[in-house]
Design a protein around this ligand. Structure first.
Ligand code: NAD
Ligand code: ZN
Ligand code: ZN
Length: 348
């Protein structure tokens, strides 16, 4: 079958690889119909920290081709969406939908290690399918199903963990697909204002259409503009959705005394200079989360079905064939041509 493979920094290819095998009696093999590229894939794309040869992708939906004898929730022919993150499949947190907290230390995203080949492929193996693959619910479109594999849960947890109360001022730093999800989820909690920081004009305009006040970080640091817009106080709730050292620091600087900063951008930097004095003197609460995707479905599926998020389908600005993944990575990385997120289809 065809799969997207990381060949080195800024080099991906689509090539023939062995077909996936059933990953044990609790697993399924899924024929992928739609898959997407994530900002997390860009971290790997930029410097291949995990080495080369990784089969990429952790956002995929498709049809079950083969199911192990112990799978109860899906059978061959069923359409499923796959959690981007999985765990050991037997510990308490895994059973509770929080594989990120896996007690066996097996939390991992598809497409980041050789042991867990990714979903930017014609097919993928999904262990413990009852926990990590969800039959696509009625009233959920294919685009929405792809968003439920990772970035809508991530945006939701980013907002939930920012402790937004009705009337609060919220800042979202970074308006890529994850920030745009976080912005829409922040609205669920009734804030009075959402200030949205980025450097890409189309993304700032999109945030404004979604009801936020755009802040262009090319003009001056986002935090300086947030402080100006809040009479010097800063915001009670800040969501960081970039993952760079500079934006984590800027998100902390945006926060009001006593505020909460919820970081969902992936930052694995061992050397980031953390502004401890400022965090301490402002008595900030700082939270991070490596998305426990399945645990969010009970809240998010009804919200999607009810039409509460009206702009989800617009998230995908570009649709391309799986074989065009090298161009798709280049486009998403460049942030050119109004791109927000690229949907790939093996059969296009
Ligand atoms: N916590 C999780 O489980 C989880 C899940 C999915 C993605 N992520 C992470 O979320 C982050 C965002 O993902 P994405 O898909 O939206 O990626 P993206 O690269 O499309 O978005 C990043 C955005 O940040 C903006 N940005 C960069 N520097 C900035 C600055 N100095 N000031 C303001 N804005 C700036 C960019 O213009 C871009 O719009 C990534 O780090 C990704 O790894 C985390
Ligand atoms: Zn993702
Ligand atoms: Zn586990």
């Amino acid at each position: 079958m065809r799969a997207t493979v990381l060949e080195g920094p800024r080099r991906v290819s689509v090539r023939d690889v062995p077909d996936p095998a059933l990953p044990g009696p609790e697993g399924v093999v899924v024929a992928v119909e739609h898959t997407a590229i994530c900002g997390s894939d860009l971290h790997l794309y930029h410097d291949a920290p995990t080495g080369t040869g990784i089969r990429l992708g952790h956002e995929a939906i498709g049809t079950v081709l083969e199911a192990g004898p112990r799978v109860r929730t899906a059978k061959p022919g069923d359409r499923v969406l796959v959690s981007g993150v999985i765990g050991c499949g037997v510990c308490g947190p895994c059973l509770a939908g929080q594989p990120n907290l896996c007690l066996a230390g097996k939390a991992a995203a598809f497409g980041t290690t050789p042991e867990l080949p990714g979903g930017q492929a014609e097919a993928m193996a999904v262990p413990f399918a009852d926990l990590f693959a969800l039959p696509i619910p009625e009233g959920v479109s294919d685009e929405e199903a792809v968003l439920l594999t990772d970035i809508l849960p991530t945006g939701y947890l980013g907002a939930l963990r920012a402790s937004i109360r009705p009337g609060a001022t919220v800042v979202v730093v970074g308006l890529g697909p994850v920030g745009i999800m976080a912005l829409q989820c922040a609205s669920l909690f009734g804030p009075a204002r959402i200030l949205a920081v980025d450097m890409v004009p189309e993304r700032l305009a999109r945030a404004e259409r979604l009801g936020a006040e755009p802040i262009d970080a090319r003009m001056a640091p986002g935090s300086a503009q947030v402080l100006e817009a809040t009479g010097g106080r800063g915001a009670e709730c800040v969501i960081e959705a970039v993952g760079a050292d500079a934006t984590v620091a800027d998100a902390l600087a945006c926060a009001a005394t006593g505020g909460t900063v919820s970081i969902v951008g992936v930052n694995l930097s061992p050397a980031m200079a953390f502004p401890m004095g400022m965090v301490f003197l402002k008595s900030l609460t700082v939270r991070t989360v490596f998305a426990p995707v399945p645990g969010t479905w009970a809240a998010l599926v009804p919200l999607v079905q009810s039409g509460r998020f009206h702009a989800l389908a617009d998230t995908f600005t570009h649709r391309m064939a799986l074989d065009d993944a090298p161009e798709a990575y280049e486009l998403f990385d460049s942030r050119a041509d109004g791109v927000l997120k690229v949907l790939l289809a093996p059969k296009d």
